[in-house]
Design a binder for this molecule. Structure first.
Ligand code: ADP
Length: 257
């Protein structure tokens, strides 16, 4: 009798826990959908607004050009969000990320990105240093581009007062055979006790100065997944109020993944 009572209690407890977990997951899903819809709606509203303006009125060339720059920026944001969601759904369903590695012109890829970022973020200065021909990399160009864009966009987003963003590439001194690509900013930084969480999905570290910054908390988890799919990894060093340095480590061209 006593055994049966205990068994029933345990069973009830298990069902209660499972129900609680299901409720939490359901809530997380609703929250995710609401954040994603909001993230998609923001660039969409801008696309609708600016394209309508261009269609309805004859604007002086300079204003029309500015509208086109906004349109392009917001279209890129939409593309990035959709790309990230597709990657994420692959990771969630256990499908491998599709990588097509090829020799990379790293300097070209970074310079193109810095040009785009410099045009869109006038209050930031961008610096790029590479130790030349030694940096030979095999990677998937789209995936690498996504990783670089994510790190650059965070560097800008989390230094809201402007500042310097330094990008560098060189063979990793402490990791033979690996190439190190670093993106460093002098923004708000990340508290030491939160550093381990920033690569987790949906994690956003609250900060008064960057409360208005848009984001899903997915970018770094994708950078991590993409780096690992290349046989590499990503690390961070940061000091609150001083800035952050993200270090992407990828196998050099003579290593295969
Ligand atoms: P999102 O930027 O969309 O929130 P990420 O996954 O790219 O998502 O980043 C997760 C969190 O890590 C950010 O919300 C922010 O709190 C912190 N973070 C990322 N990059 C930086 C950075 N360069 N400086 C300070 N904090 C950062």
């Amino acid at each position: 009798m006593e055994r049966q009572r205990r068994f029933t209690e345990e069973l009830e407890d298990k069902v209660a826990r499972a129900t609680r977990r299901l409720r939490e997951l359901d809530q997380a899903k609703s929250e995710f959908l609401s954040v994603v819809s909001h993230e998609l709606r923001t660039p969409l509203t801008a696309l609708q607004g600016f394209s309508e303006l261009l269609l309805r009125s004859v604007l002086p060339p300079e204003r029309a050009h500015r509208c086109l720059v906004y349109l392009h920026t917001e279209a890129c944001t939409l593309g990035r969000i959709v790309g990230e969601l597709l990657d994420l759904s692959r990771i969630e369903t256990g499908r491998p990320l599709e990588l097509k590695p090829e020799p990379i012109d790293l300097a070209g890829l970074i310079e193109r990105n810095l040009e785009i970022f410099a045009a869109e973020h006038r209050e930031h200065r961008f610096r790029w240093t590479a130790s030349g021909s030694e940096v030979a990399l095999n990677a998937d160009p789209d995936a690498l581009d996504r990783m670089v864009k994510n790190l650059l966009s965070n560097a800008v987003k989390y230094s809201p007062r402007g500042g310097q963003v330094c990008v560098s590439a060189c063979p990793a001194e402490d990791q033979p055979g690996m190439i190190e690509l670093a993106v460093e900013d002098d923004g708000v930084g990340i508290p030491a006790d939160q550093l381990h969480r920033v690569f987790d999905k949906y994690v956003r570290i609250p900060h008064a100065e960057t409360a208005a910054a848009r984001g899903l908390g997915l970018g770094l988890s994708l950078v991590k997944a993409l780096a690992e799919a290349h046989g590499g990894r990503v690390e961070v060093d940061s000091l609150p109020g001083k800035g952050s340095r993200f270090r992407l480590l990828l196998p050099g061209a003579d290593r295969h993944f």
